[in-house]
Design a protein around this ligand. Structure first.
Ligand code: ASP
Length: 331
C-alpha cells in the first residue's frame, strides 16, 4: 500500500461557519476522520501546515508548502494538499516550477462546500485525490477536482459555485474518474531526479488592458517590477497611444527586464503577429508572448525564471522551455 502525506492548508473544505462567513477551522486529522474508506486506498499521515482562506496565500506560502514536501520527500510515495479553491491554480502552478521532475505525485484538491456540510463535494474530491496519488504512473503536480485530473500548470477556477469548478485550459485533462474507475489520457513523464527550487522573485506585475486604460498605470508597473504581464484584448496587442509608449517599453526590455503578452480570452492563447497593434510591439519593443499558457502559470513561471536566470536572453530561453505541460508553442 502506498504511503501518502496529506498537507492541510485551510480552504472551504476545512471551513466552519463564523459570524461573517466561512473560516478554516477543521484540522487535518479531522479531515481524515471523515474518510473511513481511505484505509483501503493508502496509508495516510497528515500535517497541518497552514490554516488559511486561500485568498490570503502569498508566494511565501507556496515556498512553505514546497519546503514541507521537500522535507518529507523521501518518507512518502506521494502528497495530497488540501487547499482553498480561490488560489489553488496559482499554488498548483507555483509548485510545478518549484518542484520539477517529481516521480512522486503532488496532488492538490479542495472543495466548494465544507466537509462537514450535509451536501458537499469534499469527500469525493479528497478520495479521488488520494486514489490518483496512489495510482500507477501518477507523478509531478496536478489538481484533482470534480472528477478531473488537471496538469498543475493548466488548471483554472472557472466556476465560483458549481462542483465542476476547475477546467484544464488549452490542454486536455490528464485523466478523469468515471465512477470509481480512473481513465488516463496523458502520460506524465519525469526525469530521473526531482529538482527543488528555493527562490522566487515576486516583482511581477499585471496590466489588464481596458478601453479606458491609462498608460501611466503601465509605466507605474514597469517602474516597480522586473517583469510585467500585459493582458490584451485578443490575440495580443496594445491600444496605439503614441510613440512615447513604444520608447518606454523598449527602454524597459533593454534593461534585461521582461514584458510578456497574454490575452483576456480564456481559450487558444496569443499570436501577436496577426495585427499591427501586436506585431509592432514584438519587433520594436522586445515584448515576448505567452501563447497558450494560463495567467497563473505565467505569473509563477516569471517569478521562478527571474530568480534563477540573470540575463534577458537566458530568462527568455528558460521561459519557453516547457515545464509540466505549461506551453504548447514557443518562439
Ligand atoms: N475562499 C475559499 C478559499 O479559497 C474558497 C474555497 O476554498 O472554495 O480558501
Amino acid at each position: 500500500m502506498k504511503k501518502l502525506l496529506m498537507i492541510a492548508t485551510g480552504g472551504t473544505i476545512a471551513s466552519v461557519q463564523k459570524e461573517h462567513g466561512l473560516v478554516p477551522g477543521i484540522t487535518s486529522t479531522e479531515l481524515i476522520e471523515y474518510l473511513p474508506s481511505l484505509k483501503h486506498i493508502a496509508d495516510v499521515d497528515s500535517l497541518q501546515l497552514l490554516s488559511l482562506d486561500s485568498s490570503n496565500m502569498r508566494p511565501s506560502h507556496w515556498m512553505q508548502i514546497a519546503g514541507a514536501i521537500e522535507k518529507n520527500y523521501d518518507a512518502y510515495d506521494g502528497f495530497v494538499i488540501c487547499h482553498g479553491t480561490d488560489t489553488m491554480a496559482f499554488t498548483a502552478a507555483a509548485l510545478s516550477y518549484l518542484i520539477q521532475n517529481s516521480k512522486k505525485p503532488i496532488v492538490i484538491t479542495g472543495a466548494q462546500k465544507p466537509i462537514s456540510s450535509e451536501i458537499s463535494d469534499a469527500k469525493q474530491n479528497l478520495l479521488c485525490a488520494f486514489s490518483y496519488a496512489a495510482s500507477a504512473g501518477a507523478c509531478n503536480v496536478s489538481v484533482v477536482f470534480g472528477g478531473k485530473v488537471i496538469a498543475g500548470t493548466r488548471a483554472k477556477k472557472t466556476h465560483t459555485k458549481s462542483y465542476h469548478a476547475f477546467s484544464s485550459m488549452n490542454y486536455p485533462d490528464i485523466a478523469v474518474f468515471q465512477g470509481d474507475r480512473l481513465v488516463r489520457y496523458i502520460d506524465q513523464k519525469t526525469g530521473k531526479t526531482p529538482q527543488f527550487y528555493h527562490d522566487l522573485n515576486e516583482k511581477v506585475g499585471l496590466y489588464k488592458v481596458l478601453p479606458n486604460s491609462d498608460p501611466e498605470l503601465l509605466y507605474y508597473l514597469l517602474e516597480r517590477n522586473d517583469a510585467v504581464i500585459i493582458e490584451s484584448f485578443g490575440t495580443g496587442g496594445l491600444p496605439e497611444q503614441g510613440e512615447e509608449m513604444l520608447v518606454r517599453l523598449k527602454e524597459y526590455t533593454d534593461r534585461g527586464k521582461l514584458i510578456v503578452m497574454t490575452t483576456q480570452v480564456p481559450s487558444e492563447g496569443s499570436d501577436m503577429s496577426v495585427y499591427r497593434v501586436g506585431g509592432r510591439l514584438k519587433e520594436a519593443c522586445g515584448i515576448i508572448e505567452c501563447f497558450d499558457m494560463s495567467l497563473e502559470s505565467i505569473l509563477a513561471k516569471l517569478m521562478w525564471v527571474l530568480a534563477v536566470e540573470k540575463t534577458r536572453a537566458k530568462r527568455i530561453k528558460r521561459f519557453y522551455k516547457p515545464v509540466n505541460f505549461d506551453i504548447s508553442f514557443s518562439e
